[in-house]
Design a protein around this ligand. Sequence first.
Ligand code: BTN
Length: 254
Amino acid sequence: MLQPNQVLDQCDSTNDLAKKLAEEGAPHGSWISASRQTLGRGRLGRRWESVTGNLFLSIVVRIPDRFLWTWVPLTTALGVVRYLSLTFPKLELQIKWPNDLLLSGKKVGGILCESSSTSIVIGIGLNCSHAPSSPEFQCTDLSSAHFEPITADSIRMGIIGSVVQEIDRLMLKGSAQSESEYWRWAVLKKGTLVQWGEGHESGVILGLGPSGELEVETDLKEKVALFAEEVSLRKKPQNQNDFGASRGGGGYSS
Ligand code: BTN
């Protein structure tokens, strides 16, 4: 039987193993990690490059109040940046809603939460020493920004402790704390111009809704809620008439 709280040399996906652990009754806060993954996966069906040197970690959490489940990805991101920023204060860390981790504006990690009827598996991938090349994102890694090696082994337990602490706080105090803390790290702030739906739609961020969704006012003044879409910064228009004219256009995208 698979034992929780260990680092394996290799596996398909730590999220799959953590799901198995959860089914077998592993308690809240149990985790599994691997030095590399052969079938690492990311959000929206993407592949997650998983070579030795980076951190691949999955944590089982059990949250009785299901209304809080949608806050888990963002709360996890807070746990990760809180730990990293306390340990390495010079790193310029940000969270890009809903759960991308950015370092100096480039993607350094991501979070993939998958739920069953009784538990959530939180998958965390962090680039410690290797920045994958990706057509979709500009990536970086912790060690290059720190100018000294930051290994997966040196940060694993700190990340687990910090994430579980944030989740416990969510369970105890509700989502208000996660929401207010989020704005401190957010790339997508209130009033930011954004685009989504492959750049076909755009608007301005109003805030977060009760489930942690991104509330946006479209260029047509409609209020919409985005739950898991890929949202990116939109270039400021040259003048008012340019609104809506930059379909598929550039701007920040990660
Ligand atoms: C993203 O798309 O940004 C989320 C990436 C999540 C990757 C992690 S690595 C550990 C865990 N196991 C997986 O297969 N995926 C997650």
